[in-house]
Structures are given as structure tokens and as C-alpha cells.
Design a protein around this ligand. Structure first.
Ligand SMILES: C[S@@+](CC[C@H](N)C(=O)[O-])C[C@H]1O[C@@H](n2cnc3c(N)ncnc32)[C@H](O)[C@@H]1O
Length: 215
């Protein structure tokens, strides 16, 4: 008999129509256990109940895997997760889409250290973390800049535009479609898609705002 969190993850993946192998599912659960362990010492995330963490952190982040895979296809791509906190969605993306090279950045040193520890313990060679302000970090330009619960769309795009390849896109995880935030964007930012997401077990609106730079 599988432990309850494995069953809940498997059910969530089925609802998302996502197929992850056993190794990936174990890595996701090990990641959740590491958050729980580090949360006892460092305040990584306010969510502490394991079932809530599974829905609000894992399944919420997993809900963007298919949209991102549809965008990048099977090719290798570089992703920057801004204001990752405990590694959301960056760590989940690195586990679910191993062809990605994921860099997480956070201004809080213990959060970046935690993500480095996750990369090392789970042997995720495609995951790294920087302790920096995103606007002043050094990184080769990336294909996708993403964030969850980081900043308004104006601040998010403004602070990160220098890290995006000319062909790159922003993928912002948001709750209800933020019409006021999209309206406030400068003409240089093109919102080309607002995609509704469904997170299994979560009775709340979620969307992805896809943007790119106008030439
Ligand atoms: C509300 S938390 C979101 C954490 C995570 N993305 C999540 O969804 O659980 C926002 C994070 O952004 C980080 N942050 C704020 N300003 C930043 C900046 N200029 N550069 C990098 N990280 C920043 C904070 O330290 C914090 O960990």
C-alpha cells in the first residue's frame, strides 16, 4: 500500500494528465519532505501542513508543466525562476522537465542555500540557485523567465528584461487574470496569451500570463 502523499500526488498528476516516472514522483515527495525539515529551522514557507503543501506548492507548480512543455517542446531550454523562495516553481520544473536548465534566484540567502541543498541531495544537475537581487544578478540570457507570487507584471518584466533572449518569453503564474496589471504594461511588452489553469484540489482561480518583448 502506497503512503497517502504518494497516492495524493499520483491522483493529482492523473488529474493534470501529466505522466511522470517513479523517480520523478519520488523526487517531488523528497523535495516536499526537505521543505518540511528545513521549515523547522528556517522560515521557508508559511504553508506547513503536508496535504496543503502538496496542493498549494507541488500541484500548483505542476499545473504549469504541460503549458511550458508545449512552449519549449523537447529541446533544451534555459529557465530563470525569479523570487523562488523555497524553489517554487523552479525545483518542480527541474524535476518534471529534465531537459530544462533551471536557475532560481532569491534575495534571501537561506532560500538560495536550501535550493542548492535540494539540487545536491536529489542529484538535480539541471538546477542551481543564486543568492542575489534579480536585477543585478549575472546570468546568460534565458529562454523563459518565470515567477510565482513575486511582483506585479510591470515590476516582473522591468526587473528581468535584460535576462531574456530576444526570442524568449515571460511566464508569470497568477491567480485571477490580472487585467489591471496587464493594462499597466508598457508598449514594449506584448501579452500574447493568458492561459487558465486548473489545480487539482484547489478551489481558486489560477492563470499563466505569457509575454514577450516587442522588437
Ligand atoms: C512571496 S515569495 C514567493 C516565493 C515562491 N515563488 C512561491 O511562490 O512560494 C517572493 C520571493 O521573492 C524574493 N524577492 C523579492 N525581491 C526580489 C528580487 N529583487 N530579486 C530576487 N528575489 C526577490 C523574496 O525574498 C521572496 O522569497
Amino acid at each position: 500500500m502506497q503512503p497517502p502523499e504518494s497516492q495524493a500526488l499520483a491522483a493529482g498528476l492523473a488529474a493534470l494528465n501529466l505522466s511522470l516516472d517513479e523517480g520523478q514522483q519520488s523526487a517531488l515527495l523528497a523535495y516536499l519532505a526537505l521543505i518540511g525539515k528545513w521549515n523547522k529551522v528556517y522560515n521557508l514557507t508559511a504553508v506547513r501542513d503536508p496535504a496543503e503543501m502538496l496542493t498549494l506548492h507541488l500541484l500548483d507548480s505542476l499545473s504549469v508543466v504541460d503549458p511550458l512543455r508545449r512552449h519549449v517542446g523537447d529541446r533544451p531550454a534555459r529557465v530563470l525562476d525569479v523570487g523562488s523562495g523555497a524553489g517554487l516553481p523552479g525545483v518542480v520544473l527541474a524535476i518534471a522537465l529534465p531537459q530544462l536548465q533551471v536557475t532560481c534566484v532569491d534575495t534571501v540567502g537561506k532560500k538560495a542555500s536550501f535550493i542548492q541543498q535540494v539540487a545536491s541531495e536529489l542529484r538535480l544537475r539541471n538546477l542551481s540557485a543564486q543568492h542575489a537581487r534579480v536585477e543585478s544578478m549575472k546570468i546568460e540570457p534565458v529562454d523563459v523567465v518565470t515567477s510565482r507570487a513575486f511582483a506585479s507584471l510591470v515590476d516582473f518584466t522591468n526587473l528581468t528584461s535584460q535576462h531574456l533572449l530576444p526570442s524568449g518569453v515571460w511566464m508569470a503564474m497568477k491567480g485571477k487574470a490580472p487585467a489591471d496589471e496587464t493594462a499597466a504594461l508598457p508598449p514594449s511588452v506584448d501579452v500574447f496569451h493568458v492561459e487558465q489553469l486548473v489545480v487539482p484540489g484547489l478551489d481558486a482561480e489560477r492563470c499563466l500570463v505569457w509575454m514577450r518583448q516587442r522588437p
